[in-house]
Design a binder for this molecule. Structure first.
Ligand SMILES: [Zn+2]
Length: 245
């Protein structure tokens, strides 16, 4: 299994925290990497990471500790992945350097109706091959309320071009979910972004990987009846074997 930036951030936060963060579902004994119940650990199935795009996850306060977080799944599929704790006033220097790196074209993913300056919007026909540099896709990972706060209160993001995916569909989707459930959407939004930018294989991998996670995550909920047949995992394994990924 490939340990990536999300796992490193999780460990850093764990070492620094003085009291345990009691996320929903924290009573379940979980794998600390994939965050499903230990008997359902998915780490051996982690996808082969793509090098086509780079991803920067900006995480709200305690997002990294939430077992239901799916931003982590994005970094499972992308080799060039970065994860930072969001801060309004003290953004990490390494993150700022990344955003300013000449190697990348940073693009912030957010619903367009919240973007005041429409000149920031990237045309929805744009694909990665239209860009002069490798796209660095920035995702604001937290509840919808937190994501809006990050969007509005981060001077270092305020000049970035914004990519909005099927605005009606995704923004309705994001807002429909409660604050407790919204973070289930981050990986789904990323999968749509990958598709729009022309990375069909990566889109498929992340879509399937998200379903695999959701299936095992729901199995770990005590009030759910387990489904040990794991159809999403089986489909994923079959698909990988076919493509020899
Ligand atoms: Zn695991």
């Amino acid at each position: 299994m490939r340990i990536h930036a999300f796992h490193h951030l999780y460990q850093q936060r764990l070492e620094r925290s003085t009291k345990p963060f009691n996320a929903r579902g924290s009573k379940v004994a979980r794998c600390q990497y994939c965050q499903v119940a230990q008997q359902d650990c998915l780490c051996q199935h982690q996808p082969t990471a793509s090098t086509e795009v780079a991803v920067l996850l900006l995480l709200s306060e305690n997002e990294v500790f939430k077992p239901s977080n799916t931003g982590r799944l994005i970094l499972d599929t992308v080799a060039d992945g970065h994860a930072y704790q969001w801060s309004r006033t003290e953004p990490e220097v390494a993150m700022l350097e990344l955003l300013n790196s000449p190697d990348y074209q940073p693009i912030l993913v957010f619903p367009e109706q919240y973007v005041e300056d429409h000149s920031r919007l990237v045309a929805n026909t744009t694909t990665s091959s239209d860009l002069a540099r490798k796209p660095l896709l920035v995702f604001l990972d937290g509840s919808w309320r937190e994501a809006r706060r990050m969007f509005n209160k981060s001077p270092y993001l305020s000049q970035l071009p914004v990519l909005s995916i099927s605005p009606q569909r995704v923004s309705q989707y994001m807002m429909r979910r409660s604050d407790n459930e919204q973070h289930l959407a981050t990986a789904e939004v990323a999968a749509l972004v990958f598709k729009q930018l022309g990375h069909e294989q990566l889109h498929q991998t992340l879509t399937m990987w998200f379903e695999v996670f959701r299936e095992s995550y729901l199995n770990s909920k005590t009030r759910n009846r387990r489904d040990d047949t794991k159809p999403a995992l089986n489909e994923y394994i079959m698909s990988r074997n076919e493509k020899s990924l």
